[in-house]
Design a protein. Structure first.
Length: 170
């Protein structure tokens, strides 16, 4: 008189094809996976998107990122990033530090980078410490250029003279 409903039974139903397909999708077979697994080295090298500071943005303070930054606005402070691009409309008043730095806009302050490129629209007022540098024709630069094997190693310049206390002037 009463029949047992299959809806309430736990586990996959023997006549239900969708359940069998879903179970196979959850557990890929070793012979032919639905999506090939990404190599562990490629998964570790997935780049996050570039952080963009738009041209109408004004920031007063330091910015630090392990990723990539594109600055189009104004920053009054230091910027540190892996790949840093200063856009044509950008102005930075502070120290700029990065592995790969491309300057299209204006920098007032020191620039440190493993690879530095000043494009033809660049305006830099400050010292540049680099491992490799490229300066395009038309770029404006006022300051000194110094090559170092590790320009990112120290954020402070080497002292000009040793700091020794003076004696006998009491």
């Amino acid at each position: 008189m009463f029949s047992k409903s299959r809806i309430n039974e736990p586990g996959p139903k023997t006549g239900d094809k969708e359940t069998k397909t879903e179970a196979k999708a959850d557990k890929p077979t070793s012979s032919a996976p639905a999506v090939p697994p990404a190599p562990s080295s490629a998964a570790a090298k997935v780049k996050p998107p570039v952080s963009t500071l738009s041209s109408d943005l004004v920031i007063k303070g330091d910015i630090k990122s392990t990723g990539d930054i594109l600055v189009e606005g104004t920053v009054e402070g230091d910027i540190r990033a892996h790949q840093l691009t200063i856009g044509e409309t950008a102005t930075v008043k502070g120290e700029v530090i990065g592995d790969d730095v491309v300057i299209n806009g204006r920098i007032i302050g020191r620039l440190r980078g493993l690879k530095v490129r000043l494009t033809s629209s660049a305006r830099v007022e400050g010292d540049i410490i680099h491992k490799t540098i490229a300066i395009e024709s038309g770029a404006h630069f006022e300051g000194s250029v110094q090559r170092q094997d590790d320009p990112l190693g120290g954020a402070k310049p080497a002292p000009q003279a040793p700091a020794t206390p003076k004696s006998g002037n009491s």
